[in-house]
Design a protein. Sequence first.
Length: 133
Amino acid sequence: MFCSNCGARNEENAAYCANCGNELRRIETPRVDVPPPPQPRVQFSYGPQSSQYVPNYLVPAILTTLFCCLPFGIVSIVYAAQVNGKVAAGDHPGALQSSRSARMWAWISFGTGLVLIVGYFVLVLLGGLLGAA
C-alpha cells in the first residue's frame, strides 16, 4: 500500500506510514458490473443464394482475352477485378456496375474476335478461289 501523503510504500496491513506517520486508509473503489456492449450481428453470406452476390465474370474475361480480342478482353479483366473489392467494401451498386461492364466488354471481345476469325477464313477462301483461277 502506498502513502497518499509522501508516496512511500508500506506493508499491506500497516495503519500508519513508516516514512511520514500519516494515517493510511485503504480506498476501495466500488465495483460496478457493467455488461459488455451488445455486439452487432454480422451476417456473412456468399454465393448465388445471397442477395449480395455479384458475379465478377473473370473467367469469361480471361478466356476472351486469350482467344478473341486482346484489347477489349483486358478492359473486361479490369472491370471483373473490381467487383469483389467493391462487394467487400459494401459498394453494392458499384459492384453491379463493374459486373455489367465486365460482362459487356467480354461479349464485345468475343464478338470482335469472332468477326476477325470469320473474316480471316473468308479472305483465305477467296484467295484460294481467285488464285486457282
